[in-house]
Write a new protein. Structure first.
Ligand code: GAR
Length: 213
């Protein structure tokens, strides 16, 4: 059975969705860069080992990433899952775990990389917004995409209502992506795109607003 380590910085709802999905894997540890992260208590409730590597206790990104890497390696994970982990990682760190480091981002990448994605989607007037799970590469929010979910942007949406609609989909697609990885169903092509063995419904079409018939 594959082993994963989950990295969090805050409330940890994506982590929780993975813990509660009853996936065929072992969650070896949850590691946070912040001792105040709400997700630590949730992980403990699930009986998961937790660790804190505080970024403020390290002189620079390289020192923090070295300490974080040492903590991760102690658990010998097959996959490292970034679940609302809000630190920018060094190229050295990302390359060390290339192909076994994944992230969830609250937009339909490559649109809206970075922060405040829901506000920016509203400002841009897009009709579909969503979330993406991707492999992590050195360029922020740019790695090969594993799965995306789209939601409609409604006329009366606020940042809060839109982010809640997207978050509900994050909680569906992240456990799914982790499951696929752990079942050895994901592979990255030489062009840097992800292919997936045996997926049903991969040709689904989504329109928003719907077209009157
Ligand atoms: C999630 O919406 C996740 O997509 C986002 O932070 C939130 C964490 O929530 N991640 C990023 O913006 C990474 N660039 P959670 O702690 O409840 O999972």
């Amino acid at each position: 059975m594959k082993k994963i380590v989950i990295l969090i910085s805050g409330r940890g709802s994506n982590m929780q969705s993975i813990l509660e999905a009853r996936l065929p894997l072992e969650v070896a540890a949850v590691i946070s860069n912040d001792a105040a992260a709400g997700g630590i208590a949730t992980a403990k409730k699930h009986g998961i080992v937790t660790r804190v590597v505080d970024h403020r206790a390290h002189a620079d990104r390289a020192a923090f990433d070295a300490a974080l890497g040492a903590e991760i390696d102690a658990f010998k994970p097959d996959l490292i899952v970034l679940a609302g982990f809000m630190r920018i990682l060094t190229t050295g760190f990302v390359n060390r775990y290339r192909g076994r480091l994944i992230n969830i981002h609250p937009s339909l990448l490559p649109a809206f990389t970075g922060l405040h994605t829901h506000r920016r989607a509203l400002e841009a007037g897009v009709k579909l917004h969503g979330c993406s799970v991707h492999f992590v590469t050195p360029e922020l929010d740019h790695g090969p995409i594993v799965i995306q979910a789209a939601v409609p942007v409604l006329a009366d949406d606020s940042e809060d209502t839109l982010s809640a609609r997207v978050l509900a989909q994050e909680h569906r697609i992240y456990p799914q992506a982790v499951r696929w990885f752990c079942e050895d169903r994901l592979s990255i092509t030489p062009h840097g795109t992800v292919t997936l063995k045996a997926v049903r419904g991969a040709d689904g079409v989504l329109l928003s607003p719907a077209i009157d018939s």
